[in-house]
Write a new protein. Structure first.
Length: 276
């Protein structure tokens, strides 16, 4: 079941995945390379279509151009190795990973025998396990989210679908700040304008649920002691602001939870000014 949201219309259903007249974002979704797509988007916003050049705007690069482009930075390769679109196939959503080579996963749709065939493509020829492969009409936004959350990589052990499984992977393997885990995987869609917002909101909730375990592990505090600690804190503190505190400042606050952020900073700058 799709997670609760604040203001997103989960019943929204696009009329078609294959419109005769395409929006700007639908045209941009034809550009396989994510870096080129983002550059093209920025140029269109600032200069209009006259500012685009053929290299940035083309759907895909030649092998030679792709190799040269990738030499600038490994992230430039993200998406450039996705498979070609099949005929009138379109991308209806894309997941971006902040990995070394900016890996991309493309959710695609094409018309086939009166139905819509769905596929999930990445740059490694992975055969993903999909909840469904054909549908009769475009998904509602809620159905699209359920599809994304139901897709599984054959070697995935973390669960959660195309987006959350990568958050879970990062939190389990890297064990950094939960916000860093959420920042690792993001999603966009030219067809579902509120899809990104949905995962942003869900990501905020995902982070909040993991802040106490993260802080407890970071500072060596029992999770059982957190409720009392939070009650003693100045109301100016939040879990988010606590999670950004360096170890020294946090230890100052532990000694006297009633301190405000300004007071903690003043103590750090005066009593510990030579502390490295």
């Amino acid at each position: 079941m799709t997670k609760a949201t604040k203001s997103i219309d989960l019943s929204f259903r696009p009329d078609t995945y294959f419109p005769e007249s395409k929006t700007r974002e639908e045209l941009l979704s034809r550009i396989k390379g994510q870096s080129r797509r983002e550059i093209a988007r920025g140029i269109l916003e600032k200069e209009g279509i006259a500012g685009l050049n053929a290299f940035i705007a083309r759907d895909e690069l030649t092998d030679h151009d792709r190799d040269m482009w990738g030499r600038i930075h490994p992230w430039m390769m993200g998406g450039e190795y996705l498979p070609k679109f099949k005929g009138e196939e379109v991308e209806i959503a894309r997941v971006s990973l902040k990995s070394t080579t900016f890996d991309q996963m493309s959710i695609r749709a094409r018309s086939e025998d009166g139905h819509i065939r769905l596929s999930v493509e990445d740059e490694y020829e992975t055969e993903y396990e999909q909840p469904v492969t054909t549908i009769n009409k475009p998904f509602t936004l809620g159905q699209m989210i359920e599809f994304i959350d139901g897709v599984a990589h054959p070697e995935d052990t973390y669960g959660g679908g195309l987006v959350e499984s990568n958050w879970n992977f990062m939190q389990s393997e890297v064990a950094g700040h939960p916000e860093e885990s959420v920042d690792f995987a993001s999603i966009e869609s030219a067809v579902y304008p509120e899809l990104e917002q949905y995962y942003n909101e869900y990501g905020d909730n995902w982070v909040n649920e993991r802040l106490v375990p993260y802080l407890a592990a970071l500072h060596g505090v029992s999770e059982d002691d957190w409720p009392q600690f939070m009650e003693e804190l100045s109301p100016q503190w939040t879990l988010g602001s606590l999670s950004q505190l360096p170890v020294l400042e946090f230890s100052i606050l532990q000694e006297k939870p009633s301190l405000t952020p300004r007071q903690v900073k003043r103590i750090r700058e005066t009593e510990y000014k030579n502390w490295a």
